[in-house]
Design a protein around this ligand. Structure first.
Ligand SMILES: Nc1ncnc2c1ncn2[C@@H]1O[C@H](COP(=O)(O)OP(=O)(O)OP(=O)(O)O)[C@@H](O)[C@H]1O
Ligand code: SF4
Ligand SMILES: [Mg+2]
Length: 341
């Protein structure tokens, strides 16, 4: 499978009075691995994801899949995205089978660049019988009865629709998949099954995956690596276990402290958590470190840290095991219980 690279990607909405929702983000999803992306509402996670599939306007930088600029990939892109809302992501007038078949490549793929030749020579599914068989295979892959192919989305539950959305994404024979809050609109009782399915499918097909979620327990369950986003920037990134047990950025630490349990949303904040302070206006990001107005170890608390007011910390501004954009080394808190207990 192919590596997915965000190379200094910026996305700006609106004109002079607009906002830079994603600001020079570089992030790599290694081939066949899962990168979990977390961050509070409005931090730019969806905008970044949508930039990769051409749905948000990239104003600088580029996104590469297997070394190829995604803007040069064919329309049935080997990069697919599954969205939060299974109700709006399927055409209500098309049967499940038609929706899935529509997403299949029409002809042999010819992707210039480094995608493997075997991928570019995959058979087209022009033959109806072959298409029907492929629809049935995909439905079975997502644990749905192939008989569902003749049903309309309205006849399915939310969880079943999200399985269809996944099957539709897989019909494009993707090298990489982006999943944006795919379980948050579902009933809690079916979220676990959908997550298990995503994990199984990712492993089985060796997909590279960017997985966006508010829920840190879910992120931990699925991810090999974790990236933390704050106000349009990645502030911390590294191996999942390291980031989640030994956070290097005060914001990540606040998120972990605010996550009450494995089963509640990350942003069901507990009273007193630092992260309940008002997030800054994205139209006017703070100077210096963007987190400084909320930082519990920053210049508003410690007068010797006035550098945070004027200098924007780079990801490697202090020697650490993994990247974090903070001028200072944060001492580990002792006695943190493992996440999810
Ligand atoms: N189409 C748009 N036009 C203008 N501003 C937008 C647009 N889409 C998003 N934004 C703004 O860009 C910023 C980032 O939004 P985005 O939806 O990417 O955040 P997010 O991290 O996905 O949040 P959530 O967790 O709520 O899904 C926010 O300030 C949002 O209001
Ligand atoms: S650079 Fe300063 S304000 Fe920013 S996170 Fe680090 S300590 Fe806090
Ligand atoms: Mg979002």
């Amino acid at each position: 499978m192919s590596e997915l690279i965000f190379d200094s990607v910026s996305v700006r909405y609106g004109g002079r009075r607009g906002l830079t929702a994603v600001d020079g983000v570089s992030l790599t999803v290694p081939a066949g691995k899962v990168v979990g992306l977390v961050g509070e509402s409005g931090s730019g996670k969806s905008t970044l994801a949508r930039a990769a599939v051409g749905l948000s306007p990239v104003s600088a930088g580029r996104v590469l899949l297997g070394g190829v600029d995604v803007r040069k990939l064919p329309r049935r892109r080997p990069l697919q995205m599954v969205f939060q809302d299974p109700y709006s992501s399927l055409n209500p007038r098309m049967t499940i089978g038609e929706s899935i078949a529509e997403a299949m490549p029409r002809g042999p793929r010819s992707v210039k660049g480094s995608l493997r030749e075997s991928d570019s020579l995959k058979e087209s599914f022009t033959d109806r019988k072959a298409k029907r068989a492929e629809v049935a295979r995909l439905l079975e892959l997502v644990n749905l009865d192939p008989e569902r192919a003749t049903h309309l989305p309205g006849q399915l539950s939310g969880g079943q629709r999200q399985r269809v959305a996944l099957a539709r994404a897989l019909a494009g024979q993707p090298q990489a998949l982006i999943a944006d809050e795919i379980t948050s609109a579902l009933d809690v009782s079916v979220q676990g099954a959908v997550l298990n399915l995503v994990r199984e499918v990712q492993r089985q097909l060796d997909l590279s995956m960017l997985f966006i979620s508010h829920n840190l327990a879910v992120i931990r369950y699925l991810s090999d690596f974790v990236a933390v986003m704050y106000l349009g920037r990645i502030v911390e990134a590294g191996p999942a276990e390291q980031v989640l047990t030994d956070p290097q950025h005060p914001y990540t630490r606040d998120l972990l402290d605010a996550a009450p349990s494995a089963h509640k949303s990350l942003f069901d904040l507990e009273p007193g958590a630092t992260a309940d302070a008002e997030p800054p206006d994205p139209h006017h990001p703070p100077a210096g470190c963007r987190y400084h107005p909320r930082c519990p170890v920053g210049p508003l608390v410690r007068s010797d840290r006035e550098i945070c007011l004027r200098a924007d910390p780079a990801e490697d501004s202090a020697p650490r095991r993994h990247a974090a954009a903070c001028h200072f080394l944060i001492r580990p808190k002792e006695g943190r219980p493992p996440l999810g207990t």
